[in-house]
Design a protein around this ligand. Structure first.
Ligand code: 5AD
Ligand code: SF4
Length: 348
């Protein structure tokens, strides 16, 4: 049944799914997840992953970035945010806390910060792999050379997140300065695949100038790449970027894409992203009902968490990591899924 769904959609049918011919755009999200598209997505997800929700401890270890993506608050030219870096010891301490709270994957994320040399990243990865045997280390540190990716992999890194942002070259050029290209981003993703990482691609829904046919191209690109993880969240404008005045992506469009992705990528690890939780108090839970099967509780130190701001987060909602994690586990149980203590590898 899954195979059939995968093979038989024409571009027009796919566009209809993405755009949501029915139900209407203004359908409340709670009703939306009861519609046939979402029920189908949930059935596919249960067939492959049951009711398990995999959890990853997120550690945002540096908000320095040498790039200037037009949408992102961490862009180099934003001189209004204080910058920070965690030491190796601080990173390990965050992972300790994540481990105690049931995380068996650590996601180390930063801007493209040249201060962290390949040698240093390899050192961090290998000390985590030594200290937490059986756990997975995911890196999300941007575009690097193939040699760098290989060295992190040899040091023990298991997975790598690098959203492609948009597969369309023209659209990519509108979102990035001219020193960044869709070609290089795609090359990085293929390098990572070939090296042997579990690879995560992804995009923002409702990014400036995005059209439904861009989303179609994204799906076609990912059908070729076959990523193991797919991260999607709504675009949320950041006040100190050139895109400050653009509208945010809608929750409904995002949920619909999550559902379509689950149907087209039955085995993918699809996170219910933090950005979804920003646009709706139950955004993440709704995403889980729409086919997502991963959550990424934040284990960065409280003192730096407010400084890691690609987009404007709501203030005052970010409490202590262990308490957040417990609440999330409860709310996941409340909608009939289970946040499991598991390394959570992709099922192929
Ligand atoms: N809104 C939503 N997501 C954003 N990202 C960066 N800026 C924004 C924004 N304004 C996402 C990008 C990037 C990831 C680190 O965060 O997709 O890959
Ligand atoms: Fe840097 Fe990533 Fe933000 Fe681009 S999206 S400016 S690479 S942190």
């Amino acid at each position: 049944m899954i195979k059939k769904i995968n093979c038989t959609f024409s571009d027009n049918e796919l566009l209809l799914l993405i755009e949501g011919g029915s139900p209407a755009e203004n359908t409340p999200p709670e009703a939306l997840v009861k519609s046939p598209l979402f029920r189908r997505a949930d059935a596919v997800r249960r067939e492959v992953y049951g009711n398990a929700v995999y959890a990853r401890g997120l550690i945002e270890f540096s908000n320095y970035c040498r790039n200037n993506c037009l949408y992102c608050g961490l862009r180099a030219e934003n001189s209004q945010i204080p910058r920070y870096r965690l030491t190796r010891e601080e990173i390990v301490a965050c992972c300790d806390s994540a481990y105690q709270n049931g995380m068996r994957t650590f996601v180390l994320q930063s801007g493209e910060d040249p201060h962290f040399s390949d040698h240093e990243i390899c050192g961090i990865v290998s000390s985590l792999k030594q200290k937490f045997p059986g756990c997975a280390v995911t890196l999300s540190v941007g575009e690097k050379s193939r040699e760098s990716y290989q060295s992190y992999f040899d040091a023990g890194a298991d997975r790598y997140l690098l959203r492609h942002e948009t597969a369309n070259g023209g659209h990519y050029a509108k979102l990035h300065p001219s020193d960044m290209t869709a070609e290089n981003r795609k090359k990085c993703l293929y390098d990572l695949k070939e090296i042997g990482y579990q690879v995560g691609a992804g995009l923002m829904v409702g990014s400036p100038y995005q059209t439904p046919s861009h989303l179609l191209e994204d799906i076609r690109f990912m059908r070729a790449l076959q990523p193991d993880m797919i991260g999607v969240g709504p675009f949320i404008p950041h006040g100190q970027t050139p895109f400050a005045k653009f509208p945010r992506g809608t929750l409904n469009a995002c949920l619909r894409l999550v559902a379509v992705l689950r149907i087209f990528f039955p085995h993918a690890l699809i996170p219910a992203t933090t950005a979804l939780g920003v646009v709706h108090p139950y955004g993440r839970e709704l995403a889980l009902q729409a086919g997502a099967n991963v959550v990424m509780p934040n284990f960065s130190p409280l003192s730096t968490r407010a400084l890691y701001v690609p987009y404007n987060k709501k203030t005052g909602v970010d409490g202590e990591a262990a308490a957040n994690c417990r609440r999330l586990r409860e709310s996941i149980a409340g909608i009939g899924y289970e946040m499991v203590v598991d390394v959570g590898n992709v099922k192929r």
